[in-house]
Design a protein around this ligand. Structure first.
Ligand code: GUN
Length: 281
């Protein structure tokens, strides 16, 4: 029996319905500022999507498009101004940044209370030490937890394997699965016998970005497979999972239409959360 497909759209819509109800109760419109440096086509598309979605919900959004040759100091100056502006609730710097700008310095410069990506070390530390929901949590793994929850997929006590150790997905995903009482292993490019490890997973999260590398023989029969890889191949978006994985997995997030919609939805949720906390609403 082919895998049950875990579509993100209906779950994202449920998040938006909750947010619309919350926003209707607020006496102010939250604001989101998205900063993009350079013209990386994927970043241009993602930033446009985030701003459009915010506006559709009634969140004020502003895009700051800076030239490729922007100096670190100029970016810091913009961040300082947004940090100090009481009308600004959320700040997001789209990654990757051009070479020459040190991302970790940039992320540390954002006011943690406005850090809607959840990448500031204070929010990272809160996630790892206190768990999700205390600071602001990274959007993609938060969206995956929400997706699993929506489809009634329990992770407590189960073996989870996360492939990929990025700060954006792999590491925060690991923290969230741990706090949900899964037994988590993290695999990466230096892992020996990756198929041996991934075959043990009851919940397998792949955040590699190499189209089709996850073969059916790497997946345990009936496993829940979360495909976070989104790679553009020609005019198509392709995930990490080979199409034949659907014949082995019990459940699978499609690409596109699985995790992607959740990331944007959680960004909106973080913006509303940040605004309410900052303004004491
Ligand atoms: N680049 C890829 N994913 C992300 C994300 O979640 N946030 C930001 N800011 N940049 C990204």
């Amino acid at each position: 029996m082919p895998a049950r497909l875990l579509f993100g759209k209906p779950v994202a819509e449920a998040v938006y319905a909750e947010l619309r109800a919350e926003l209707a109760r607020l006496s102010f419109a939250p604001s989101l500022h998205v900063i993009r440096v350079g013209e990386d086509p994927a970043s241009v598309a993602y930033v446009r999507l985030k701003a459009k979605k915010a506006r559709a919900l009634g969140i004020q959004s502003q895009v700051h498009a800076l030239p490729e040759e922007t100096e670190e100091a100029e970016l810091f100056a913009l961040l300082d101004r947004l940090n100090e502006d009481p009308e600004v609730d959320g700040i997001l710097v789209q990654l990757p940044l051009p070479a020459g700008i040190r991302s970790e310095r940039v992320l540390e410069r954002i006011d943690p209370a406005k850090d809607v990506d959840g990448f500031h070390p204070l929010n990272v530390g809160r996630l790892w030490s206190q768990g999700p929901g205390v600071g602001l949590d990274p959007c993609t793994p938060a969206g995956i937890m929400r997706l699993l929850n929506h489809y009634g997929i329990e992770v407590q006590g189960r073996r989870a394997v996360v492939v990929g150790r990025s700060n954006i997905v792999g590491k925060p995903m690991t923290a969230m699965l741990l706090f949900a009482d899964a037994t988590v292993s993290v695999a990466h490019s230096r892992t020996r016998d990756l198929p041996g490890l991934t075959r043990e997973a009851e919940v397998l999260v792949s955040a590699v970005g190499r189209p089709g590398y996850l073969k059916p023989e790497m997946v345990r029969l009936g496993a829940v497979v979360v495909d976070v890889g989104i790679t553009r191949v020609g005019d198509r978006l392709v995930g990490d999972a080979d199409p034949a994985v659907a014949e082995v997995a019990g459940a699978l997030t499609p690409v596109p239409g699985g995790v992607g919609p959740m990331t944007v939805a959680m960004l909106m949720a973080n913006t509303v959360r940040a605004a309410k906390r900052r303004r004491g609403a």
